[in-house]
Design a protein around this ligand. Structure first.
Ligand code: CP
Ligand code: NVA
Length: 302
């Protein structure tokens, strides 16, 4: 296992599958009321520069259920928010806790944390990636489709942090990914290069209808990510043709599964009809954050 998880590409294919297998096993055992105490007496610091529902609660519950403890730290409440350096924060935290999970504006903050932390640093979302989300998504796809390799993954909308991690995940697991986005909202070019170096098949196109053809998986995310609020009106105009609605669904395979990392804005990137409809897997996907992160924590901390 790598020392830190900042990018999905920090994992090899074997490590990724191992995490998914452990997650499935923990999920099945939890349903039968069986617990694992693999992280007894271990503590996780959770630093948040941005809001969160799923990441915060699923990491906290994961630590509790594994016998450990999580500490929620809004950056404004710790000295980081008053100018203490990221390096000193990392050096001090690592003397107390066994891992640090951080949700940050700039990915460089995570790189800096990991440079000075002697305990694992986990990316809980940055402007570049959201690897923990994608671990849960892969688990959900495998549950629904019984496999990963060979599936057609269609991303409709913003080439953002979640999209970047999805591209790397597809490259690692042999899914073909098509991203349909407006000009100027393409995924990160270094991520695209990395995915192609791994052997991934990635297309970036403009036409959402073309991207929808033969899709096994539809994925979308908000049009205005945290940190992009100033561009709200412009983005709503630019993304208008990229809504996942029942008309677009007709272009895909009949059993296309619809994913969204949530929170969803019904009527913007996705219609209520689709996100609450029979093809949607979004709440299983949200639940799987818990199981996938438990597996990740066990792998990084044990
Ligand atoms: N999907 C996700 O990361 O949700 P939160 O922002 O609620 O953590
Ligand atoms: N792309 C979104 C994901 C939220 C979980 C954001 O960064 O705000």
């Amino acid at each position: 296992m790598p020392s830190h998880l900042l990018s999905l590409a920090d994992l090899s294919y074997e490590e990724l599958i191992d995490i998914l297998d452990i997650a499935s096993d923990l999920k099945e055992k939890r349903a039968r009321g069986k617990t694992s105490t693999g992280l007894k007496n271990k503590s996780l610091a959770m630093i948040f520069e941005k809001s969160s529902t799923r990441t915060r609660v699923s990491f906290e519950v994961a630590m509790i259920e594994l016998g450990g403890h999580a500490i929620y730290l809004n950056y404004k409440d710790i000295q980081l928010g008053r100018g203490e350096s990221v390096a000193d924060t990392a050096r001090v935290m690592a003397r107390y806790v066994h891992a640090i999970m951080a949700r940050v504006y700039k990915h460089e903050t995570l790189t800096e944390l990991s440079k000075y932390s002697t305990v694992p640093v986990i990316n809980g979302l940055s402007d570049l990636e959201h690897p923990c989300q994608i671990l849960a998504d892969l688990l959900t796809v495998r549950e629904y489709k019984g496999k990963l390799k060979g599936l057609n993954f269609s991303w409709i909308g913003d080439g953002n942090n979640v999209c970047n991690s999805a591209i790397l995940a597809c490259a690692l697991t042999g899914m073909k990914i098509t991203v349909a986005c407006p000009e100027g909202y393409e995924p990160n070019s270094e991520i695209l290069n990395k995915a192609r170096d791994i052997g991934g098949t990635v297309s970036v196109i403009r036409d959402p209808v073309k991207a929808a053809k033969n899709a096994d998986i539809f994925y979308t995310d908000v049009w205005v990510s945290m940190g992009d609020e100033e561009e709200y009106e412009q983005r709503l105009r630019d993304f208008k043709p990229y809504q996942i609605n029942s008309k677009l669904l007709e272009q895909a395979k009949h059993d296309v599964m619809v994913l969204h990392c949530l929170p969803a804005h019904r009527g913007e990137e996705i219609t209520a009809e689709v996100v609450d409809g029979p093809n949607s897997a979004v709440f299983d996907q949200a639940e799987n954050r818990l199981h996938a992160q438990k597996a990740l924590l066990l792998k990084l901390l044990s």
